[in-house]
Design a protein around this ligand. Structure first.
Ligand SMILES: [Zn+2]
Length: 316
């Protein structure tokens, strides 16, 4: 008698930073968690983005029951528009994550996606899998972990998370749900392990907010701050600090302009009317009244920060 086994197949994100994607297969049914991208390194000249090798999913496209997304960072949603060209399956994600995905799909001209907006606490069924979402703290609002109930046991996939008792958006990791899942029994835990080898405790995001405030207090001229475009919580902190020091905020970089636009429209990035100015308005303000947000925190040569630094940026 052959016994059906559960297979966990990582297609990206293990032993590397970026392009997260994990496949869960039971018999002829597949659930995918996350469809991310990675940024190219210095050995990949001419490459814009790196995506996982989907060939296994394309070969098995009829078996894919659902694609679940933990949160809206590029390394978790960045390859979805490529995957959906070949694999038609319903996508489940929270509201902000869906908003960011919609922006990317529009850009990639993928018009037939089947997107489902979920809330933390929701549970769904797909074939012989049941799955649900629970809130976790991360540097973007609406981040979730996912549990998968399979015929052989429950899998808990944390997504990116931390235990932060003073998160930027006030929403703490749902430890009650984790405790309940643990109490009922978990077959395997797939946990975010970035920096897990480092002993100690990751400080709260509130610590970052405090050090931002003191840097802003010391700044005499323009402030130029770089972060990942999808790091909405960081962007919120930078905006809050700018407001505290009566600085206008100007956003550069296509991806950051997109994310800030979507997050503001959906109410996840909060700032009073008149906080943001357009690049062509920069000259109307004194240097010490300006805060510029841009991409390129990893030193990507084509990103805004590098061009501002070497004087080749068109507007700054
Ligand atoms: Zn993340």
């Amino acid at each position: 008698m052959s016994k059906t086994r559960l297979q966990i197949i990582p297609l990206g994100g293990l032993g590397e930073i970026g392009k997260n994607m994990t496949v869960f297969r039971y018999g002829d049914e597949i659930i995918v968690i996350d469809a991310g991208m990675a940024f190219p390194d210095e050995t990949m000249p001419g490459i814009d983005i790196v995506i996982p090798d989907f060939s296994y999913l394309i070969e098995n496209r009829d078996k894919v029951k659902a694609i679940l997304i933990t949160h809206g960072h590029e390394d978790h949603i960045g390859s979805l528009s490529y995957l959906l060209r070949d694999v038609k399956a319903p996508v489940y994600a929270t509201r902000l994550t869906c908003g960011l995905i919609e922006g990317k799909l529009k850009e990639a001209k993928v018009n037939d996606a089947d997107l489902h907006v979920v809330k933390s606490g929701d549970e769904f069924k797909a074939g012989s899998f049941k799955f649900g979402f629970f809130h976790v703290c991360h540097s973007i609002p609406d981040s979730c972990g996912i549990y998968l109930r399979t015929p052989v046991g429950t899998i808990v996939h944390t997504g990116d998370f931390k235990f932060d008792h003073s998160p930027v958006d006030g929403e703490q990791t749902d430890m009650y749900k984790l405790a309940e899942l643990g109490h009922r029994g978990v077959l395997a835990l797939c946990a975010d392990s970035t920096n897990a080898q480092n002993p100690g405790y990751t400080p709260s995001e509130a610590v970052v907010a405090k050090s931002l405030m003191s840097s802003y207090a010391d700044a005499k001229g323009r402030i130029i701050l770089a972060t990942f475009a999808s790091n909405v919580s960081r962007i919120q902190m930078a905006v809050d600090a700018a407001l505290a020091f009566k600085r206008k905020v100007c956003v550069f970089g296509r991806s950051m302009v997109n994310v800030v636009g979507i997050a503001r429209e959906m109410g996840y990035l909060k700032a009073p009317e008149g906080t943001f100015i357009e690049p062509e308005e920069l000259n109307r303000y004194r240097d010490d009244r300006i805060c510029i947000l841009t991409t390129g925190s990893q030193g990507e040569p084509m990103a805004g920060l590098s061009r501002m630094a070497d004087g080749s940026h068109r507007q700054v």
